[in-house]
Design a protein. Structure first.
Length: 134
């Protein structure tokens, strides 16, 4: 019984470390016209960065990041970002638009991508939750 519990504990620790190692690195371009606040960790003590309109930043997103678009916060699920054909050197290029969606941008494209490229099934990435910050 003790061996089974030890094996289960090792398996759980391995899964946790693998999921953290697979964090999603993105270059996020702000084409929303609003100041973006991107939270880099889950939880109340989360660190954040600001991305002004027309600027970009390379960030590592948690699995369920919050991004504030002005006075509305959006939560996303980023697990599916890893499974795209838009990965460039282990980085996914995305463009935030004023509709709150995150659009994939090809490796060769410059920001801002206009017109936006055709998106694969399941994209653009829409928020799974929104909160009014006023």
């Amino acid at each position: 019984m003790a061996r089974k519990l030890t094996a289960l504990a090792v398996l759980l620790l391995t899964l946790v470390s693998v999921s953290r190692a697979q964090a999603v690195r993105v270059v996020l371009y702000n084409n929303s016209g609003l100041d973006l606040t991107v939270y880099l960790h889950d939880g109340p003590d989360s660190k954040s960065i600001q991305i002004l309109p027309g600027e970009r930043s390379e960030v590592v997103l948690p699995e369920t990041p919050w991004i504030d678009f002005g006075i509305v916060a959006h939560r996303y699920e980023t697990m599916q970002l890893r499974a795209t054909g838009f990965t460039c050197d282990n980085v996914v290029k995305i463009q935030a638009e004023s509709d709150g969606r995150l659009y994939l941008v090809s490796c060769e494209a410059n920001f801002p991508a206009v017109p936006l490229p055709k998106q694969p099934a399941g994209y653009p990435l829409a928020p799974v939750e929104k909160q009014d910050l006023t």
